[in-house]
Design a protein around this ligand. Structure first.
Ligand code: HEA
Ligand code: HEM
Ligand SMILES: [Cu+2]
Length: 687
């Protein structure tokens, strides 16, 4: 064997030249941050002697609440990254009208590919999975998800995928084929090198993780509801979570298959999606969008659930038209599997096929409209409290209707031929994803934060964030509708028409405002942590809530409920408060079983990450080792018969009675002193 063979055997295609410096200032800064930030965390943890705490309390935890929080942390980290990329793209396009701008076309292509991938798979998905993880079991009166171990495996697979996307900042390059990675462009002849492989393995890990989460959520909702919690008594958020879960179960596998087949094409010389030897890229387009369209509803349905909770709570009213809301979500979920072809009207079907899918697409406007009217009617004559989440909700309704209507425009095949892949399309989908999904998740974060940590977030900075995000969104994306109609195409690094410039500059200013919005969120968090004693809300019901999660202490004990609630209504907690039975001592307590912590999911995630990284670089021995380690860890776990831990009834009683005593002693004024002074009067009035 020659020396060169040995290098290939050991390091695959990885060479020194794949490491920084890469000779490009922006790429090197990005690599620097991607190395320095985790290093800083490592140093901080070491200096503060926090490793054991992190491992024992967090990383190995199977508690759905902690897993939910860890998902949210991943989401925030990836949001920061994807926002920086978005800002760079806005800067490039604004500065590159009849000029070179700041990044090369190839770098620009990497930016929209990583931005799209990071936002969809590693920001929005972990965020919504995190919120469902945290809130859904509490709302249905359950002690955990049905499969806590599987839940942790899903988390660590997602983390592994995010790790792979982050690694591409430092080692080699990410794909330039967009978030949808269409072949034949992503086949080896057109995209040699590691970029597409990074995309394939990152997305594969995320897709498997999400499918596992979907199964877990659906089974939990079917099996773990508290006594009396009939399906039609579940809070609307749980219905949305259920429909999301079903979409995850059915929509993720086509993606896993599509990425798998693309991998076979690239690694083993298959021809599924090539233009010759019997391949057909349309098979990919169909599979990708068979996932991709339901995916956009996976992204938006949990947000619909959050909006429903936020709007009803801060309007001091029951949700208007609950059954119609439930049927609307179910209709949207079912219809979302019948419209995927609208993403490629221009790719050669007959006019009648296009018409069928166009009509199916437009039909989704009806159940969505039902929801919009129900939200408006929930607010109508309510005692509205304009807290930060509620302000986001109002912006959402106004903006989402505009984005929905632009979707209906795109659903007309002849019109779509004119604006397909233009900035009009980019405006449409950001108009759904930013005010719909992202604002929804941010509102959920602010709404449930006091539940999770026992103190509220600072309202003033919440409002500042709201102003920046809403104004920034409008400024950044409304000009894109106009640009699209003027003919500007998506995924374009440079334009040569001077009349685009003012709109692009305006959009860039919007991106800055959004960046301030993100900083405002960080300031809000920092200030709130500093002022946590003042903002404390330990009794657990800071907003005068309706559903069961507000009936536990904040933060809730690891077993969620000392005694399981008896559910009598969609708004059981409101009923309990009215009957003054919410804080009564139960007749008896029982021992509670909770899952023991285990490091195996972390090992599986780490092994999967190694395997994926090795596959990207063709380091076969490491890929096999990673794969074997992941499955080996799973097999080891299957022999572990001591997976549960019992919390004695006496401990449960002690903790619970202490909280009850405090809760009973609190007058309504005390309880709502947990609210910002401006809102206190109104909240007390709603009591
Ligand atoms: C959260 C994400 C999200 C959501 C909710 C939607 C919702 C909708 N989308 Fe969008 N869409 C995307 C994200 C989303 N989309 C993305 C990411 C892409 C591009 C991907 C890519 O190419 O990279 C895309 C692309 C896309 C296309 C492809 C265009 C092209 O490639 O050329 C089309 C075409 O039909 C479309 C249509 C619609 C429609 C009709 C809805 C409807 O669901 C909207 C329904 C809502 C309303 C209509 C408003 C409220 C209703 C009323 C007030 C009632 C009255 C109105 C009527 C009865 C009409 N979308
Ligand atoms: C909030 C500020 C955001 C800004 C300023 C922004 C900006 C951009 C820009 C400039 C592009 C490239 C458009 C082009 O092709 O010319 C883009 C693409 C994209 N964005 Fe965003 N974005 C934002 C938020 C989001 C969010 C929250 C999501 C998803 C949840 C998202 C998902 C996408 C996707 C999927 C693409 C397409 C990538 C591709 O072409 O393959 N974006 N964005
Ligand atoms: Cu679609």
């Amino acid at each position: 064997m020659t020396g060169h063979d040995w290098i290939y055997w050991l390091f695959g295609t990885l060479r020194w030249s794949d490491f920084p410096p890469k000779g490009d200032l922006i790429a090197d800064c990005a690599a620097g941050i991607a190395i320095a930030a985790p290093l800083a965390v490592v140093v901080l943890l070491t200096v503060k002697h926090r490793w054991r705490w992190l491992w024992e309390e967090w990383l190995t935890s199977l508690d759905h609440k902690r897993i939910g929080i860890m998902y949210t942390v991943i989401a925030f980290v990836m949001l920061a990254r994807a926002l920086i990329e978005a800002g760079l793209m806005r800067m490039q396009q604004a500065l590159a009208v009849n000029a070179d701008g700041v990044v090369s076309p190839e770098h620009f292509a990497q930016l929209f590919s990583t931005h799209g991938t990071a936002m969809i798979f590693f920001t929005a998905m972990p965020f919504l999975t995190g919120v469902i993880n945290y809130v859904m079991p509490l709302q249905i009166g359950a002690r955990d998800l049905t499969f806590p171990f599987l839940n942790a495996v899903g988390l660590w697979l997602t983390a592994a995928g995010a790790g792979i996307v982050m690694a591409s900042l430092v080692v080699g390059k990410f794909a330039i084929g967009g978030w949808s990675a269409y072949p034949p462009f992503t086949e080896t002849p057109f995209s040699p090198g590691e970029g597409v492989d990074y995309w394939i393995w990152a997305v594969s890990l995320a897709s498997v993780g999400s499918m596992l989460s979907g199964i877990n959520f659906a089974v939990t909702i079917y099996k773990e509801r508290a006594p009396g919690m009939q399906l039609f008594r579940m809070p609307l958020f749980c219905w949305c979570a259920l429909c999301t879960a079903i979409l995850m179960i059915f929509a993720m596998p086509p993606l896993t298959v599509a990425t798998g087949l693309l991998a076979l094409d690239r690694y083993a010389g298959f021809h599924f999606f090539t233009n010759d030897l019997g391949g057909n890229m349309m098979a990919y387009a169909n599979m990708f969008w068979l996932f991709g369209h339901p995916e956009v509803y996976i992204l938006v349905l949990p947000a619909f659930g959050i909006w429903s909770e936020v709007i009803s709570t801060f309007s001091g009213k029951r949700l208007y038209g609950y059954p119609s809301m439930v049927f609307a979500v179910m209709c949207i979920a079912v219809l979302s599997f019948t419209v995927w072809l609208h993403h490629f009207f221009t790719m050669g079907q007959s006019a009648s096929v296009n018409a069928a899918f166009g009509i199916a697409t437009m039909l989704i406007g009806i159940p969505t409209g039902v929801k919009v009217y129900d939200w408006l009617l929930t607010m109508y004559r309510g005692r509205i409290r304009l807290t930060a989440p509620m302000l986001f909700a109002i912006t959402f309704i106004a903006c989402f209707v505009i984005g929905g209507l632009s979707g209906i425009i795109l659903a007309n095949p002849p019109v779509d031929f004119a604006v397909h892949n233009s900035l009009f399309l980019v405006a449409h989908f950001h108009n759904m994803l930013v005010p719909g999904t992202l604002f929804g998740l941010l509102a959920g974060y602010m709404f449930w934060f006091p539940k999770v940590f026992g103190f509220r977030l600072d309202e003033r900075w919440g409002r500042i964030a709201w102003v920046c995000w809403s104004g920034g969104f409008l400024a950044a994306f409304m000009p894109l509708y106009i640009l699209g109609l003027m003919g500007a195409t998506r995924r374009t690094a440079q334009f040569y028409r001077a009349e685009y410039e003012p709109f692009l500059l305006f959009a860039w200013a919007g991106a800055w405002l959004i960046a301030f919005g993100f900083v405002a969120l960080l300031v809000q968090l920092w200030l709130s942590v500093k002022r946590r004693d003042e903002l404390a809300a330990p009794i657990g019901d800071p907003w005068d809530g309706h559903s069961l999660e507000w009936w536990t202490p904040s933060p809730p004990p690891e077993y969620n409920f000392a005694v399981l609630p008896k559910v009598v209504d969609t708004e059981t907690f409101t009923v309990m408060k009215r009957q003054e039975s919410a804080y009564r001592s139960p007749d008896s307590y029982e021992d509670i079983e909770v899952p023991r912590n285990t490091g195996i999911p972390v090992i599986i995630g780490a092994a999967a990450c190694v395997c994926a990284f090795a596959l990207v670089w063709h380091i076969w021995w490491a890929a096999v080792a990673g794969f074997a380690a992941a499955w080996g860890a799973l097999i080891v776990r299957s022999f572990d018969t001591d997976q549960m831990r019992t919390i004695p009834a006496a401990d449960v009683r002690r903790q619970h009675e202490a909280w009850l005593t405090r809760a009973r002693a609190a007058t309504p004024i005390d309880r709502f002193a947990e609210l910002e002074p401006a809102n206190r009067g109104r909240a007390v009035a709603t009591q």
